[in-house]
Design a protein around this ligand. Structure first.
Ligand SMILES: CNc1nc2cc3c(=O)[nH]c(N)nc3c(CC[C@H]3O[C@@H](OC)[C@H](OC)[C@@H]3OC)c2[nH]1
Ligand SMILES: [Zn+2]
Length: 373
């Protein structure tokens, strides 16, 4: 066991409380110790794709309670370039965020964003969606780029198996991910307080999920992500996979469900043993005028708010709720004022972090947290 490992779930701090009924027994609250500080889990990680959580200052993100934010290999390698970020002191310094950073390995974005790409055993060759120039992402280059960015948690280079996939398609995709995981692990520069997470695939097929987990556990990653979900399969099918997949992974290491999700998805996944989440919903939908509140989602552009002189939530401590009314937010979003995007984003990030805080508290007290959302 490394001296200061990234994934110390300190025994006395790890609270796995057997719940009254088995629905909650897999939920756990813990702390991940890293070189850049602690991550309290279950954790929601705001997406900061291009080295910024859109419309937020890093210090504002910090006030919402976020312990860790995401960056993206694909976007940052194209602009401003990983070597340039390295020369400028790394992503932490560049974006003025001193807490943990997790970077995706880029495969998912290549498939969803780039034009003209070719998957080979070596890696993915693609043309930049910005200027069409040619790039290659491989387990080795993705791992090196994440090192140059200085990310606290590096993701293995995988192939996110599309949904739906036949068993055969899912099998060969998962096997490619296993070969790439081995190369990613070999290319990783292991340092105390930094870690690399493997990403299991296998789509909705339990035997493929098991094989993927076995292949990756052999590589002894500091944490494990469940990939290939939140790709259109729907909540029911996602939960069906989550009813068994987390249990295939080491109980003492963080489990990260990529791309999830809405509050109800997060609660259901925590109940099935997931520790970490990332999703664009609070930021992207905030900019589009959707506010998450305890009364449900508020579409602030709706004309019923144009003279509503009350805050989104009377007891929320975010600037939008403390100092402004729904009428003002309605107006700002309607006329596309930048402050509208800022305030809506701030509120939603605060809402998601409050949700995670309450989930952590309920787990620690051994209380059911079904109805929180
Ligand atoms: C929405 N549903 C969803 N399912 C996903 C499944 C996978 C997967 O199997 N493998 C990989 N490597 N990435 C996945 C991702 C992308 C997450 C990233 O996407 C970016 O958010 C836009 C963000 O990058 C800052 C985040 O970084 C970890 C998924 N997203
Ligand atoms: Zn608020």
């Amino acid at each position: 066991e490394k001296e200061v490992s990234i994934t110390k779930f300190p025994a006395d701090e790890r609270k796995i409380i057997a719940k009254a009924h088995d629905k909650y027994k897999k939920a756990r609250a813990g702390i991940i110790n890293t070189r850049h500080g602690q991550i309290h889990t279950p954790a929601f990680m705001p997406v900061g794709t291009k080295g910024t959580v859109k419309a937020m200052l890093p210090e504002s993100v910090q006030t919402t309670g976020a312990d860790i934010i995401l960056g993206n290999t694909y976007h940052l390698m194209l602009q401003p370039g990983a070597k340039r970020v390295f020369k400028l002191g790394g992503l932490h310094k560049f974006m003025n965020w001193s807490k943990p950073l997790l970077t995706d390995s880029g495969g998912f974005q290549v498939m969803s964003l780039s034009k003209l790409r070719k998957i080979t055993e070596e890696g993915v060759i693609f043309n930049s969606h910005i200027d069409g120039s040619k790039f290659m992402l491989s387990p080795e280059s993705s791992t090196e780029i994440q090192y140059l960015l200085g990310s606290t948690i590096t993701m293995a280079f995988d192939e996110c198996t599309p949904y739906p996939s036949t068993y055969e398609q899912a099998k060969s995709s998962m096997e490619l991910t296993s070969r790439w995981a081995k190369r990613s692990r070999k290319a990783f520069y292991s340092r105390d307080g930094y870690g690399q997470f493997g990403i299991i695939q296998g789509s909705i097929y339990n035997d493929l999920r098991l094989k993927s987990a076995l292949d990756l556990i052999e590589l002894d990653f500091e944490g494990y992500a469940i990939g290939g979900l939140a790709v259109g399969e729907g909540q029911e099918l996602m939960f069906k996979v989550l009813d068994y997949a987390p249990d295939l992974l080491p109980i003492n290491k963080p489990r990260y469900l990529m791309g999830v999700g809405k509050p109800a998805d997060i609660i259901g996944a925590v109940q099935r043993g997931i520790d970490m989440f990332d999703c664009v919903i609070p930021t992207r939908s905030g900019r589009n005028g959707q506010a998450f509140t305890k009364y449900g989602v508020v579409n602030i552009r709706n004309s019923k708010y144009k003279e509503d002189n009350t805050p989104l939530e009377e007891d929320c401590l975010c600037p939008a709720c403390k100092n402004y009314t729904k009428a003002y937010l309605h107006y700002l979003v309607k006329v596309k004022e930048i402050l509208g995007a800022m305030l809506m984003t701030w509120h939603n990030l605060m809402y998601f972090q409050k949700l995670m805080l309450r989930i952590r508290e309920y787990i620690a007290q051994g209380k059911d947290f079904d109805f929180i959302s």
